[in-house]
Design a protein around this ligand. Structure first.
Ligand SMILES: [Zn+2]
Length: 390
């Protein structure tokens, strides 16, 4: 996509969302709460990006934040949940002032901005509150009977073993690509499941042929949080070796949008409003941009872990490509070329069980790191200061 097209899209979004269903509330769409005994998550849904600032960190039983550049329209107010008794959003200059009336003495644990992505078409400013130690009433047990807030479900990782069946992929001296990708996928599945932190789905578990678009559809239908496609490279020069990671190119992204908008109910599949096709199209582009950012973020983390494990890498190891398996616009996706099957040393690394486990363990570590720090990595984009400091 050209820079000009990007500017045009941004202008349209500003314009289109004004008179759209969300317009009545200005830029602040909603304030939501999730709570247990000692922690409360406040999610402020926004239709544009913002930079948050803490004005009052808890004095007088209140936490007050300013969100720059977002107008609250008529404003919002209502009852809270957990550590928040009530909330109010009002306009202050060009900003929104968010006031949280506390039910108990609490502090901000962390706050961050989430751009559109993972199936959500708008921005979210998240504030996590934690109750301060001095418990009210009789001494509370140190271990709360209620577990800390958690995602309802573990993240779902879809592992795609490249090729298979009538499509063996590239051939090495001893094995075909489809064999090493399946072995690697099964090993990675075992490594991820061993942590107890993920659900894992394979696009194929045997030597069968699966269409490229079907592989993407499997990930989308399952509402995957991450898609990783495993392949092995091939070259005419047997000396060339090393792994590389691909993410979707701009050109590929354009193709993905075209492919996707061919179906009649694509807006519903992406949880978009579906009232105005041109607005949905813009939101799709924005969702996809966020997905591309997340994919690039995972690609970087993955390469760092491969490098740390001394796995040989190609010189320019992060590449862009319009590869069909990376086309899901709402699932972060990378394609890992694990090495050159045409290089004897790489072929050995891909067929030796211990070497394979070592490689897949570093991939699993990369996945772990990606999911452990998604918010932290995204905060850098909003240049927010640490909690409690203006
Ligand atoms: Zn391949």
């Amino acid at each position: 996509m050209t820079a000009l097209a990007f500017v045009v899209i941004c202008a349209c979004v500003l314009f289109a969302t004004r008179g759209f269903a969300w317009g009545a509330q200005g830029d602040v769409l909603a304030v939501r709460f999730g709570a247990d005994r000692d922690r409360t998550r406040v999610v402020i849904d926004l239709d544009k990006s913002t930079q948050g600032r803490v004005i009052n960190a808890g004095d007088g039983g209140r936490i007050t934040l300013a969100l720059a550049g977002v107008a609250p329209g008529r404003g919002l107010n209502g009852g809270g949940s957990g550590l928040v008794r009530a909330y109010q959003v009002t306009a202050v200059g060009g900003a929104s002032r968010v006031e949280l009336e506390l039910a108990r003495d609490s502090q901000i644990e962390r706050r961050f901005l989430l751009p559109p992505g993972d199936g959500v078409a708008h921005y979210r400013y998240v504030v996590d509150l934690k109750a301060n130690g001095g418990a009210v009433g009789p001494a509370a047990p140190r271990v709360s009977p209620t577990p800390a807030p958690r995602r309802a479900e573990k993240p779902l990782v879809v592992i795609d073993a490249g090729h298979g069946g009538r499509d063996p992929g590239a051939s090495g001296a001893k094995v075909s690509e489809s064999e090493v990708t399946l072995a690697a996928a099964l090993t990675l599945k075992a490594e991820l499941e061993r942590t107890g932190r993920y659900r894992v789905l394979l696009t194929r578990e045997t030597n069968t042929y699966v269409d490229l678009y079907r592989r993407v559809a499997i990930a989308r239908r399952a509402d995957a949080d991450l898609f990783i496609s495993l392949h092995a490279d091939a070259g005419t020069d047997p000396a060339v070796r090393g792994a590389s990671v691909y993410t979707l190119s701009e050109q590929g992204a354009g193709r993905a949008v075209r492919e996707f908008t061919r179906s009649d109910n694509w807006h519903r599949e992406l949880h978009l409003p579906g009232r105005d096709p041109s607005v949905d199209r813009i939101l799709l582009d924005m969702t996809q941009r966020a997905t591309q950012n997340r994919s690039a973020q995972f690609a970087r983390v993955l390469l760092t872990h491969l490098e740390a494990s001394d796995h040989p890498l190609l010189r320019r190891s992060h590449r862009d490509a319009g590869l069909a398996v990376l086309l899901a616009p709402d699932v972060p996706a990378v394609l890992l070329e694990m090495g050159f099957i045409t290089n004897p040393e790489d072929e050995r690394l891909l067929t030796d069980e211990r070497a394979r486990r070592r490689l897949m363990r570093s991939v699993a570590d990369g996945i772990d790191r990606y999911f452990r720090e998604p918010a932290a990595a995204l905060v850098t984009a909003s240049t927010d200061g640490p909690a409690g400091q203006p």
